[in-house]
Design a protein around this ligand. Structure first.
Ligand SMILES: [Zn+2]
Length: 145
């Protein structure tokens, strides 16, 4: 049975929206885990090499011409990865919390909607139970508020 059969148009649209929000939430959470991992390892590298970085900074600002000290490609790459991943974590955390808020609002709205009239069947039917089970497949809880 299709998820959208016997649903009102409004509920079909809300269902499609919440499924897309759930997919977006999952993708954002996976990306955040990846970014946290990148930030963690690059920050550890930067911390362990902090004196090398201090030397670069010191020689950059003192313009000591007699000492030729340029950062290695690895040091620059790791520093860039650390900076970018920290920036992206900050941006994505905000986006994730706004998506979560949208998702929870819509989930509560759908729960409220399905508590009332769910389908057009005159007799007792299993449409609501089927809907809840279908949503469980997407890991969307439609029972608990
Ligand atoms: Zn029904």
């Amino acid at each position: 049975m299709s998820l959208n059969s016997h649903l009102s148009l409004a509920l079909q649209k809300k269902t499609n929206k919440i499924i897309s929000l759930k997919k977006s939430l999952t993708a954002q959470e996976e990306l955040l885990i990846l970014l946290y991992t990148a930030a963690f390892f690059s920050c550890i590298y930067c911390y362990k090499s902090r004196f090398v970085y201090f030397d670069y900074i010191y020689h950059f600002f003192t313009h000591q011409k007699n000492i030729f000290l340029t950062p290695s490609v690895l040091d620059l790459t790791v520093l860039t990865v650390a900076a970018i991943s920290l920036l992206l974590i900050s941006y994505l955390s905000d986006k994730l919390s706004s998506t979560k808020e949208q998702y929870n609002k819509l989930r509560l709205d759908i729960i409220h909607t399905i508590e009332g009239e769910f389908c057009y069947h005159p007799q007792r039917c299993s449409c609501k139970d089927n809907y809840i089970s279908e949503m469980d497949k997407y890991s969307i809880d439609m029972v608990f508020k």
